[in-house]
Design a protein around this ligand. Structure first.
Ligand code: NAP
Length: 461
């Protein structure tokens, strides 16, 4: 294929990726963004496959078939609630590909001995970041899928060991750049990178996992940029940079949403309870149970209702029922809004996606800062399967592991109706005193069933 034509195709793909990223930042244009990104990727792949330098398509075909066979079920059948671990697995595969390209480039007959310093620097960075992303992402997958213990595994001198290993990895890279044909430096770097991936994720757990996953996404992007330089491929450099930066920005946004600093996430061992920590406020008390009939009466005559969806809504797939209940209350003259916490559910934007799927108008989805001013004026806040994101301990209990995480100020509403199956804790494993506050009543059961009962009762109220 003509080189100019290929570069033009890459330029088009890069343009499509940029437009897609902009579209993905708003719920109403996110679908189009996804299609544009997929089309851009198809253009980039097609242009690469038509490259004149490719001598045989046999192994490429095998790779494409295996990749599609693994990717299709992952994309179609993994539930949205398992998205973080699915994403971790994708990062592991992507990073494995870049690492193998790096190893292949270095070891091929025309490689060692004829590699320039800049080439070997790119290959080194590729293998360093790629290697730690492979094992780090596999560890994250294992923890989230509960194949490995999900809690942080803290070991003695953990930070000192990790920093020593990272320094040794960087030193191996410098050694390799100084002596490009020194295969021992390359191998040492690869082994260190794989070990670092395991060790840096081991002491992280609980609500910090999503931040780690998007940080690993960022590392995979850096590895892709290095691959682009190593094999002289422009689209890899562009896509890697976009991936690396967007992963980094997402990590920052998520850390902010949980009021955690990067250093704290990476070295703080979230979930390993600090000495003297108490899970709740320690005030004790019982949850007060209500019935659908009594709760429906309150909703039917409420003027202002705020729905607060969380992870349980996603588990129960009750997005259509929450909208139906909201519509019903509005028909009766009430005003209904939906409070969106940035890390409610199991991925950023999870609640936006669910509620948009059910057809809730975008102007009814209100972000945390804005809706927090409205809780005090709400007659009822209906908490549907949310827990950590409404836990007052985040504001009131400095000993709580989630202290400082911005939350939805549900307890300021005149009354709170909480829908959950039982007395289960949230993702962080911390008790929630909201559920024992005097203004809160509990409607126990699966969220969809409870919402269906409420709908039936409001209709007859
Ligand atoms: P949460 O803290 O995980 O709590 C969900 C609650 O839903 C549980 O207490 C559970 O109680 C209830 N529940 C589960 N299945 C249910 C069902 N079928 N019907 C009714 N209730 C059900 O959820 P959240 O308040 O949305 O907070 C999200 C948490 O996940 C935060 O800690 C966040 O940091 C973390 N996280 C977020 C992301 C992200 O990017 N959004 C990613 C990973 C982790 P019962 O067992 O009693 O029913």
């Amino acid at each position: 294929m003509n080189e100019t034509f290929m570069q033009l195709a890459y330029l088009l793909a890069a343009f499509l990726f940029l437009v897609a990223l902009r579209d993905l930042s708003r719920p109403e244009s996110a679908r189009r963004g996804m299609r544009l990104a997929a089309f851009g990727m198809a253009v980039a792949i097609a242009a690469t496959l038509l490259e004149a330098g490719i001598v045989s398509y046999r192994w490429l075909t095998v790779g494409a078939v295996v990749g599609a066979a693994a990717g299709y079920p992952l994309g179609m059948w993994v539930p949205m609630t398992a998205m973080p671990q699915r994403i971790a697995l994708s990062h592991a595969f992507g990073a494995l590909a870049t690492t193998l390209v790096g190893v292949g480039e270095y070891l091929r007959p025309s490689g060692v001995g004829s590699l320039t310093r800049s080439h070997v620097a790119a290959l080194g960075l590729e293998v360093l970041f790629g290697g730690l992303t492979v094992t780090g992402s596999l560890m994250a997958f294992g923890k989230l899928q509960e194949i490995l213990p999900g809690r942080p595994l803290v070991f003695r001198f953990q930070n000192a060991i990790n920093i020593a290993l990272l320094t040794a990895g960087a030193a191996s890279l410098v050694w390799l750049v100084a002596m490009p044909s020194e295969a021992a430096a390359f191998k040492a770097m690869l082994v260190i990178a794989l070990a670092v991936g395991v060790l840096i994720v081991l002491p992280i757990g609980g609500a910090d996992m999503p931040v780690v996953i998007s940080l690993l996404n960022s590392y995979a992007g850096v590895a892709a940029v290095a691959t682009g330089f190593a094999i002289n491929n422009n689209i890899l450099i562009i896509v890697g940079a976009l991936d690396g930066l967007s992963g980094f920005i997402l990590s920052v946004v998520m850390s902010k949403a949980m009021n955690r600093s990067f250093a704290n996430v990476l070295f703080g061992a979230f979930g390993a309870a600090p000495a003297g920590a108490v899970a709740g406020s320690g005030i004790g008390g019982e949850m007060v149970e209500t019935t659908a009939e009594a709760a429906a009466l309150r909703l039917a005559y409420a003027e202002r209702v705020i729905m607060v969806p969380g992870y349980g809504l996603a588990v129960s797939q009750a997005q259509h029922q929450i909208k139906e209940l909201g519509d019903l209350i509005e028909k009766r003259g009430g005003d209904v809004r939906y409070a969106i916490h940035p890390v409610a559910g199991r991925m950023p934007g999870h609640m936006n996606v669910l509620l948009a799927e059910a057809g809730v108008p975008y102007d009814k989805l209100v972000e945390m800062d804005e809706i927090n001013e409205k809780f005090s004026g709400a007659d009822v806040a209906v908490v549907v399967g949310a827990n950590d994101v409404v836990n007052p301990a985040a504001r009131t209990n400095p000993a709580s592991p989630i202290y400082g995480m911005p939350i939805l100020k549900v307890s300021e509403a005149k009354s709170v109706l909480a829908l959950k199956r039982g007395k289960g804790k949230g993702f962080s494993g911390v008790e929630n005193d909201l559920f024992i506050e005097p203004r809160t009543t509990m409607l126990f059961g699966d969220a969809k069933q409870s919402l269906l009962s409420l709908i039936a009762e409001v209709k007859t109220a």
